[in-house]
Structure formats: C-alpha cells, structure tokens
Design a protein around this ligand. Sequence first.
Ligand SMILES: *[C@@H]1O[C@H](CO)[C@@H](O)[C@H](O)[C@H]1NC(C)=O
Ligand SMILES: *[C@@H]1O[C@H](CO)[C@@H](O)[C@H](O)[C@H]1NC(C)=O
Ligand SMILES: *[C@@H]1O[C@H](CO)[C@@H](O)[C@H](O)[C@H]1NC(C)=O
Ligand SMILES: *[C@@H]1O[C@H](CO)[C@@H](O)[C@H](O)[C@H]1NC(C)=O
Ligand SMILES: *[C@@H]1O[C@H](CO)[C@@H](O)[C@H](O)[C@H]1NC(C)=O
Ligand SMILES: *[C@@H]1O[C@H](CO)[C@@H](O)[C@H](O)[C@H]1NC(C)=O
Length: 448
Amino acid sequence: MFTTCISGEIWQHALYPSPEEGWQIYSSAQDADGKCICTVVAPAQNMCNRDPRSRQLRQLMEKVQNITQSMELLDLRTNRDLQYVRNTESLMKAVDVKLKTASDNPRSLNPKSLQELKDKVTQLLPLLPVLEQYKTDARQISRVREEVRNLSLVLMAIQEEMGAYDYEELRHRVLLLETRLHSCMQKLGCGKLTGVSNPITIRASGSRFGSWMTDTMIPSSDNRVWSMDGYFKGRRVLEYRTLNDFMKGQNFVQHQLPHPWAGTGHVVYNSSLYYNKYQSNIIIKYHFRSRSVLVQRSLSGAGYNNTFPYSWGGSSDIDLMADENGLWAVYTTIPNAGNIVISRLEPQSLEVLQTWDTGFPKRSAGESFMICSTLYVTNSHLAGAKIYFAYYTNSSSYEYTDIPFHNQYSHISMMDYNPRERVLYTWNNGHQVLYNVTLFQVIKTAGD
Ligand SMILES: *[C@@H]1O[C@H](CO)[C@@H](O)[C@H](O)[C@H]1NC(C)=O
Ligand SMILES: *[C@@H]1O[C@H](CO)[C@@H](O)[C@H](O)[C@H]1NC(C)=O
Ligand SMILES: *[C@@H]1O[C@H](CO)[C@@H](O)[C@H](O)[C@H]1NC(C)=O
Ligand SMILES: *[C@@H]1O[C@H](CO)[C@@H](O)[C@H](O)[C@H]1NC(C)=O
Ligand SMILES: *[C@@H]1O[C@H](CO)[C@@H](O)[C@H](O)[C@H]1NC(C)=O
Ligand SMILES: *[C@@H]1O[C@H](CO)[C@@H](O)[C@H](O)[C@H]1NC(C)=O
C-alpha cells in the first residue's frame, strides 16, 4: 500500500505494481471486451515534495486538452458514419415488416414476389455484424473520451494541490494515450466516398486561382495553414499559425521559394511542401523549418507547361496529393495518350513506387483527389460539376460515380483531400472553401 498525495479522484488498482515513485497512468483504448480502461496510481508520500516543474505539467495538461478535442471531432465523425448505418437498419426493418405482412396474408402475394422479398432480406442479413461493429466503435470512442476527461481532472487536481509529480512518467503515459487515440482513429479507417457536405466558405482572398492547405500527414498536431496565390510562376507561400488566423488574415510568415511553381497541385506532407517547378516536370520537396529544398526529381514523361492540364487550364499538369496511404502524383504522359496516370511516390526520394493508368482523359477532368488509395475525378470545374469517376488502385479498376457537390462560386481551381481532418480543401473563384466527406466503410467480421 502507498499513500496518495491528494484524496478524491485518484484510486489504486491492485493489479498494477505499487510505484516506487511517480505517477502511473494506465490507459487503453480498447481491450478484448471493447472497453476503455484508465487507472491512475499516485506516487508514495515521500515523492510529494519533488521539484515542482509546473511548466511541463501545464504542457501535459494542454496535450490532454488537445487529445480531448481530437476525441470530440472523432466522436462527431463516428456519429456521422453511424447515421448511414442507422438508415440501412431502418431500411432493413421496413423490408422485414413488409415480409411479415405478406407472410401473414399470403393471398396478397404470389409466390414469385414472396421469394423476391425473401431474397432481399437475405441480402441485407450480412449487414448485421457490420451494424454491431459500428456501435462498438462509437461506444469505444465515448469511453476513451471519458478516460481523457478523467485524466484531465486528475492532472488539474495534482497541479492545484501538490505541485509535484514525475513529469517524465506522465509524459510517457500521455504519449501512450496519444498512440492509442491514433490507433482508434486508424480503426475508423478507410472507405468509399458516399457524400460531400455543403460547403463552408472560410475566406475570400487572393486571386481567382490558387491553392491552400494544412499538413496532410497522420498523425500531426500541426495546425498551420499555407496559402499559395495564383498558378503562374509564383514563389511566395504564406504560412498562418492557425485556421482562425487564416480566416482573419493575421499572424503569418512568408516563405520565398527558391524556384517558382506551376499550377495549383501542391501539397504539404510531413512539414514539407511538394510542388511542381515552373515549366518543368520536376517535383520539389521544400522543407519549411530549414527553408531549404531537400530533394527535387523529374517525374519521368509527365506532361507540363499547360500541355495536359485539368479542364480549367492553369498549368495544372501535375497534381500532388496525400491520403491515408501516402504521397501521390496525378498527371499524364504522351504514351498514355493524355489519360490520367496515378503514381505513388516515395516521400523522401520522390521515386515512383507504382503507377496506374486510369484511362480517364485528363483534359476532361475538373479536378481530382485521392481518398483511401482511390482517385475521385470531377467532370468539370464549373457549376453543375459532380464526382463522376473513381479509380481504385487497390484493384486497378474503375467505376463511374454520381456524387453531387455544391460548386458555390462556379470555378474550382484546386480540390484536395486532407485525410487527417477528413475534409476537402478547395479554391473556388477566389474563395477558400471546405467540404466534409462521408466515407462508407465495411468492417470485416469473423466468419466473412
Ligand atoms: C495544443 O494545441 C495548440 C493549438 O491547437 C498548440 O498550439 C499546442 O502546441 C498544443 N499543445 C501540445 C502540448 O501539443
Ligand atoms: C471517470 O470517472 C468517473 C467518476 O469518477 C468514473 O465513474 C468513471 O468510471 C471514470 N471513467 C473511466 C473511463 O475511467
Ligand atoms: C478497393 O477499395 C474500395 C474502396 O475503398 C473497396 O470498396 C474495395 O472493396 C477494395 N477492393 C479490394 C479488392 O480490396
Ligand atoms: C517525416 O519526417 C521525419 C523527419 O523530418 C522522418 O523521420 C519521417 O520518416 C517522415 N515520415 C514519413 C512518413 O515520411
Ligand atoms: C512553355 O510554354 C510557353 C508558352 O506556351 C512557351 O513560350 C515556352 O517556351 C514553353 N516552355 C517550355 C520549357 O516548354
Ligand atoms: C464538418 O463536420 C463537423 C462536425 O460535424 C462540423 O463541425 C464542421 O462545421 C463541418 N465542416 C464542414 C466544412 O461542413
């Protein structure tokens, strides 16, 4: 047994060894029963007078706060996905009711239509385990959230009443919690695009054409926003501290790129900017912190200089993007007859790892973006555009789609997915606009 430094929020757990020193926070996002567990073990009394390093503690608390925010976002997202499942559930119930009515009153049905109904129900049955899985995920997330909230309370109490702690241990535990949050987010995983929400206009600034973005790397707690005005020979990148600063046009620094850019297909991935060098098919990786070019490499055979742009022109020959599975280049070549080609790139060397020919003419595409290794292509940059074509790199196959979205300002010159935030960033006629996306995910369950 050991004494706690403060009373109240903290309890001991017989399963864990007593700590000689320091706080021990045991947490897990998921165990075999899908439960989240958090146990905090307080240090022995003699540790209560250690050097108070409240700055680090405050940082830890902030981190927990940040995790809480991510958790809330995750929760909203899961609930959104859950709505899809609920809709399917009610559909299933409706079919079931119909079937029952028909069975009770067989004369209202001929054998053929009865069989049809039965088949329909049978088709829906595999959805049951999927529904269960979704519900479990949602429950798990709310447990993790509660756990973080508890942890936050504990930390607050420690700071107020004690001022002493083993911050290394705390830091370690918070990192662990972060890792688990990440795996929880990963678990929500990938799926097929089923919808694009109504747009939210963040700002109206700069010229008609341009590009803006946040870091697409998962995980990352980087909130900076970058804006690159224009598509022709630009060199100036504005970096805002947060989205809020971007909205207000305040708190920014400038980066002057050593080489100018072409088009609007730039992407920020893992704190570096990847962009197409003006009048070339060279891709440049520019590192913001060191303000230097880390690597540049020619994308072999890729058309450039407005030879194979998207439908709006603007030297949009080479479109770089990142999704859950890494870095991609979308372009075309003369041997590919102007049809969109997708290449997966190695982010350090910019080497091409693998290439797919989608067969879709690049000049007929408004824009394209990658979600979960699937390329989605719009059929126009103008009003009435929709997401028209999907290419699945996992199976090297394609499908025509009909996913509408509201093109509010009628001229989209950039559209990119951010997998961390699950939103689409667009530049629409001088407006910076965001869309939420809904992905439908089928979870494999035992017996599938
Ligand atoms: C928490 O997030 C804020 C901005 O959202 C950031 O400035 C801060 O560095 C983050 N804190 C930690 C400890 O990660
Ligand atoms: C959080 O604290 C409350 C009240 O102390 C407790 O009932 C609950 O089980 C705790 N939740 C988790 C996930 O530890
Ligand atoms: C490929 O990905 C799509 C969308 O995520 C999915 O629906 C499909 O089942 C996957 N195909 C294969 C062969 O894994
Ligand atoms: C991100 O960058 C860091 C160094 O800046 C590197 O160590 C790490 O491997 C990179 N991660 C990916 C996925 O490229
Ligand atoms: C790019 O196109 C412009 C005008 O269309 C032309 O003047 C220039 O020579 C081209 N440059 C290259 C490198 O192809
Ligand atoms: C996306 O969804 C979140 C949570 O539902 C909401 O807060 C946010 O405003 C939405 N953003 C857009 C661009 O629709």
